[in-house]
Design a protein around this ligand. Sequence first.
Ligand SMILES: Cc1cc2nc3c(=O)[nH]c(=O)nc-3n(C[C@H](O)[C@H](O)[C@H](O)COP(=O)(O)OP(=O)(O)OC[C@H]3O[C@@H](n4cnc5c(N)ncnc54)[C@H](O)[C@@H]3O)c2cc1C
Length: 372
Amino acid sequence: MTKLVLIGGGHSHAIALKMYYDNPIKNIEIILINEVKNTPYSGMLPAYIAGYYNFEQTHINLEKLSKKTKIKLIIDQVININPKQQKVICKSGKIIPYDYLSIDIGSPPKQSRIKGATEYSIPAKPVSTLLKEWDKIISKCHQTNQENINLNIIGAGAGGVELALNMFQKLTNLNTIKKVNITVISRNETILRNYNQLAINIVSKILKNKGIKVIFNTEIIEILPNAIITQKKEKISSDYTFLVTNPSPAPWLKNTEITLDEQGFILISNTLQSVSHKNIFATGDIATIKNYPCPKAGVFAVRQGKPLYQNWKLIVQGKNLQPYYPQSLYLSLIGTGNQKAVAIWGNLAYHSSWLWWLKDYIDKKFMKQFSI
Ligand SMILES: Cc1cc2nc3c(=O)[nH]c(=O)nc-3n(C[C@H](O)[C@H](O)[C@H](O)COP(=O)(O)OP(=O)(O)OC[C@H]3O[C@@H](n4cnc5c(N)ncnc54)[C@H](O)[C@@H]3O)c2cc1C
């Protein structure tokens, strides 16, 4: 029996496991190691924050998926890999041998350079922590009548602005707070740096209309319990500080012999195999495809699920693997919190309530495939 060990129950692994459920691979034993029982679906998270979806609607239940696919699920955190001995090392001390390995562990926001970030900020990932902290903030707001609430979001990419808009929606709907002050901090001269100018203009206008402040060209150097400090030594008052900065790779990967890119993400070829270890696959945010870099976004992690499953199957059968090429054009849908969304496609962008219905339809359809 060939042993395939999956680290992380991210988007690609969830899709590949659903395909395995539909078409099992012969003579294979699959073990999935994930640090939590429920893996979040990123597309629906901001709307969970706004209060439109509940936990079950936005999370893939890995326990149920594992039972249905007849694979073994281990709830643990992987802290190292020994590719020579073909072993995975877990935080609990468990050591799991493998013939083939597949890694889909996502990437938390970068925070190393900000003093106090570990103690006083809420990172967007792991999502389980973000949602727990958000639920605590909401119940505190329910219990106490506050005059003002000051929220700062460090990072002005799609995740940062979408969180800001959805947090604003939820907090203003509560009616227990008189003034909701949300500030988005960008280290660049713009928000949504990787998007077209039309999208930037549309989203900037929405933020402005809601009174969400954006501060540009600002680096945060320190986070305190009730404030954040900029590089110009300005102090901004902050009840809660969220980190939605660029994704960063898990630091323990440096201790493995797996070849990484200059930022520390696993370097893979078009067959989704590590360039240094052909029996190791990697997908989603944690992987960088050599010569075909693509944004670290859920949409790519999802798309890699199908070729990943196909290549698991081909490699155990001793056949040639199929290449995967990321698409250059892709649809981004940013929920603006008020049951409207901005769609971005190439140089186009549009804001409307029917785009929210489209986003809701796409996201619910994605989740429905796991109700097996
Ligand atoms: C607020 C926010 C909104 C976003 N919205 C969108 C969006 O609308 N569209 C979009 O395309 N992208 C969006 N993104 C980006 C998206 O979240 C990521 O690109 C996507 O989640 C990457 O998927 P993945 O499969 O690589 O990993 P993930 O979905 O992050 O899954 C990784 C899994 O591995 C587990 N894990 C991690 N480390 C270990 C370990 N050491 N051992 C065991 N298990 C481990 C984690 O618990 C998790 O379950 C958003 C991001 C944020 C922060």
